[in-house]
Design a protein around this ligand. Structure first.
Ligand code: AMP
Ligand code: ZN
Length: 461
């Protein structure tokens, strides 16, 4: 079955096949590890995870690299301001290395909690300084870069075309360009590849141009080339990376190898909070840990993300998450009911459902449509192991651990536990009337007891 993915380069859905054999080589721009990742960042990670899972579902193997930016990302994407890592280190009274380690570990924990399928290669910028130096040297040799007293810049005017992803026109932009901090820059759009470190700068490395530190864009070009080659299949990131970071990556690779590094450029849209931007000043910057602290499973957030295509904005509300959490519980319950079912369902029906699901995910990862098929299957009136197995197959995409009983993070109140124990005793004594009365009482207090062959679970309604 054809897999179609939206390519930001062509602005159309294109049929995807790997450049070489059966292996998909993919690069994702990872986090800058100077602060905790938000649930917005995690939406982008969930999109990348679904893309990985869909590629595997279609029988491809993966070589996927994700970077960890631990140097070079300045406060403004346009080469201005302090390095985010250094700023954070100063604010928290730690070294940049300590900051990087701390937030990298927290980021990895979030990925684990969200059951994200991990990239085969995770590469840190500071481990690849020599690869970046060679890249910059190559650009200087090819005539695409020049040195000023503060940095080595990429000379955008040397390219036939800059701006193929975002469609910007340099001539139009020049008129409104800002006053440059570095008057030696040839054009406003030239960007720093390699920056000369001022005295007392916390992170710097010896290089042919003296003690320097890298620009942000060069790390992704150097690492993607090192692990995936001059041309690979897919490059991903959030939509905000299109106009600067990804344009500059393409420019750098064209300057060195003459090639656009990736065939498909795929970008995910933003998560909004209560209809607007997430911002510290509004107090609505949520972390995955905030979701967990409220007693929700992180997997409920996964399901929540499936309510929109990755290419559309998605509005986060706590009510929406509550609904997703109920869906998570219901889907797991449906799986268990089918697993214990003894009815038969014809293979044709199973195949038909499988094809519908496969078509949905292969249509540019249409998760809302795929979820409608999942629900149709989960609610199928005949309870059958064949349906349970199909749901398990779908779960290779959903990643909600459909066959595992959800651990409720929120503590069950003492009084509920007492009522459940009384009910258990009543059932052992075959006092069905008392058992039903206790079940109703538990339900009135907002909890549900489920009995199954494997035991009993208590869930919040
Ligand atoms: P940042 O922490 O801003 O460097 O972002 C890291 C990655 O997360 C980038 O690919 C961004 O596009 C993505 N990202 C940041 N905020 C959001 C958001 N609200 N929704 C979706 N993705 C986001
Ligand atoms: Zn990048």
């Amino acid at each position: 079955m054809e897999l179609r993915l939206y390519n930001t380069l062509s602005k159309t859905k294109e049929v995807f096949t790997p450049l070489k054999g059966n292996e998909v080589r993919m690069y994702s721009c990872g986090p800058t590890v100077y602060k905790d990742a938000t649930i917005g960042n995690m939406r982008t990670n969930i999109f990348q995870d679904i893309l990985r899972r869909v590629l595997k579902y279609n029988g491809y193997t993966l070589k996927h690299a994700m970077n960890i930016t631990d140097v070079g990302h300045l406060v403004s994407d346009a080469d201005e301001g302090e390095d985010k890592m250094i700023k954070s280190a100063k604010e928290e009274g730690k070294t940049p290395l300590e900051i990087a380690e701390f937030y990298t570990n927290r980021f990895m924990q979030d990925l684990k909690n969200l059951n994200i399928d991990m990239p085969e290669i995770i590469c840190k910028a500071t481990d690849h300084i020599n690869d970046m130096i060679s890249f910059v040297q190559g650009l200087v040799e090819n005539g695409y870069a020049y040195e000023t007293s503060t940095a080595i810049y990429f000379d955008v005017a040397k390219l036939d075309k800059y701006g193929i992803l975002s469609g910007i026109n340099l001539e139009d932009q020049k008129a409104g360009a800002r006053v440059e901090l570095d008057e030696e820059k040839k054009n406003p759009y030239d960007f720093a590849l390699w920056i000369k470190a001022p005295k007392n700068h916390l992170m710097k490395w010896d290089s042919p141009w003296g003690l320097c530190y890298p620009g942000w864009h060069i790390e992704c070009s150097a690492m993607s080339r090192k692990y995936l080659g001059d041309e690979f299949d897919i490059h991903t990131g959030g939509i905000d990376l299109i106009p600067t970071h990804h344009e500059n990556e393409i420019a750098q690779s064209k300057g060195l190898t003459g090639k656009n590094p990736a065939r498909f450029w795929i970008h995910s849209e933003y998560l909004l909070i209560d209809g607007g931007k997430m911002s510290k000043s509004l107090g609505n910057t949520y972390l995955l840990n905030d979701i967990i602290a409220k007693g929700y499973s992180p997997l409920a957030y996964r399901i929540f993300c499936f309510s929109a295509s990755y290419r559309n904005k998605l509005n986060f509300t706590w009510d929406g998450l509550e609904a997703a959490n109920k869906s998570l519980i219901k889907l797991k319950e449906a799986y268990r009911n089918h697993l214990e079912g003894t009815e038969d369902v014809s293979c044709d029906i199973i195949d038909e459902f499988e094809v519908k699901f496969h078509e949905a995910i292969n249509d540019d990862l249409n998760m809302p449509l795929a979820m409608s098929v999942v629900w149709e299957v989960a609610k199928y009136p005949s309870k059958s192991k064949k349906i349970a197995n199909l749901l398990l197959k779908f779960d290779t995409i959903l990643g909600i651990k459909i066959n595992e009983i959800e651990e409720n993070n929120e503590e069950i109140p003492e009084e509920i536990i007492k009522l459940v124990e009384e009910r258990k005793k009543a059932r052992e004594e075959k006092n069905w009337e008392l058992s039903d009365t206790l079940r109703d009482e538990i339900s009135k207090k907002g909890y549900k007891v489920k009995d199954s062959k494997t035991g009993m679970t208590i869930e919040k309604i």
